[in-house]
Design a protein around this ligand. Structure first.
Ligand SMILES: C[S@@+](CC[C@H](N)C(=O)[O-])C[C@H]1O[C@@H](n2cnc3c(N)ncnc32)[C@H](O)[C@@H]1O
Length: 357
């Protein structure tokens, strides 16, 4: 829309909504992460659970929330306004309650919650400054240039925070993955860089004959063991220390899984990892890849945004990038795999599989 004043001021026709919305979007991340770290959603969830036992939940007042969060009155007012507009809290007779989606995805100890991932934003927000530095470095810059996996080996707290974040990213998609891949005839699966074991746990749940080994760096092994024990699967899911860059992968597995591994490294290294998997598998063995893939452009020339943006996280954290669908299928075929298939699993996620001839 163009008015007289706009013309008189020499302003080009049109508006700046798309640009302004992109500019302001980062505030949503910031507000949500700070509220998660402060425990606002856990507090609302707890209060609602307590009330469930008795009468209807009337919500918590802004004053209650302010005193529990230890925020200023002005800050509390602004934060509650923002979280309400984002659809994360809603009005209740006494003040506010969390929305169903916030209860599901932002609270501690809720299966599939993104809390761990979002909490980590407080310490590692992808600010313009961080992105600017990452673009100049072209290597992982998240811990001041230190190799992130070495940093995790040295500092158990870092390994735990990262693994918790990964578990919260992976738990829900792992279930989607397990529902879409056929491992009914697979006996043993090697979960390369398996982290918390989220994928192995989901696969073992739906494939009663399957044994999985979560293969990761030393600092992560005890963490995986905790998650596996919690899932009650210690008889079929074990954790072993391994190095995915070792000359050879262990044999005796009829499936090898890379979940969010190829995107951590450049294309040459990714090709090398797939080649090692090919070498280690028997004929008829399967390689499985779990990633958020970048779709081809749709008929309007648009590429879905969320998975493209993950490449910026990869830039800051790793040496890698998100793969395109065709790119990943080609990488599997180049490594020697046949019957290369891609399935959309859940949300932004895909499974790509191939078979060793
Ligand atoms: C992005 S996380 C993926 C975790 C898990 N696969 C998932 O999808 O939730 C990458 C994992 O690779 C592991 N890793 C890094 N370097 C490794 C190495 N050289 N050998 C084995 N694992 C490694 C990390 O410790 C981390 O758990």
């Amino acid at each position: 829309m163009s008015g007289k004043a706009q013309e008189a001021a020499g302003l080009p026709p049109g508006d700046d909504k798309r640009v302004y919305d992109a500019y302001i979007a980062g505030r949503q991340s910031a507000a949500m992460a700070v509220a998660v770290r402060a425990g606002l959603f856990d507090l609302l969830a707890h209060a609602e659970k307590e009330a469930d036992a008795g009468e209807d939940f009337e919500g918590l007042s802004a004053d209650d929330l302010q005193s529990e969060m230890k925020w200023s009155a002005r800050g509390t007012h602004s934060m509650l306004g923002a979280l309400h507009a984002m659809g994360l809290i809603q009005h209740a007779p006494r003040g506010y309650r969390a929305t169903a989606e916030a209860l599901r995805s932002l609270t501690r100890d809720t299966p599939g919650s993104l809390r761990g991932l979002i909490d980590m934003e407080v310490d590692h927000f992808l600010s313009p400054k961080a992105l600017q530095e990452a673009l100049q470095e072209d290597g992982s810059s998240v811990y001041g240039g230190e190799d992130p996996w070495e940093a995790h080996e040295k500092d158990p707290a870092k390994a735990r925070a990262f693994t918790e974040a990964m578990h919260s990213v992976s738990e829900r998609p792992a279930a989607g993955f397990a529902d879409h891949v056929d491992l009914s005839k697979t006996r043993r699966l090697l979960d390369v860089g398996g982290g918390s074991g989220a994928l192995s746990i989901a696969l073992a749940h739906v494939n009663p004959g399957l044994e999985c080994v979560v293969w990761d760096i030393a600092a992560v092994r005890p963490l995986a063991e905790e998650y596996v024990a919690k899932a009650g699967l210690t008889d079929r899911v074990t954790a072993e220390v391994g190095d995915m860059f070792a000359d050879r992968y262990p044999e005796g597995y009829d499936a090898i899984l890379f979940s969010q591994i190829l995107h951590d490294w450049n294309y040459e290294t990714g090709a090398e990892l797939l080649r090692k998997a090919f070498e280690a598998l028997p004929s008829g063995g399967q390689v499985l890849v779990h990633e958020k893939l970048i779709e081809d452009e749709d008929s309007d020339g648009k590429v879905p945004l969320a998975n493209v943006l993950v490449s910026l996280d990869m830039l800051v954290w790793t040496e890698g990038q998100q793969y395109g669908v065709a790119e990943l299928k080609k990488a599997l075929r180049t490594a020697g795999f046949s019957h290369v298939k891609r399935r959309k699993t859940t949300g932004y996620w895909s499974a790509v599989s191939g078979v060793k001839p």
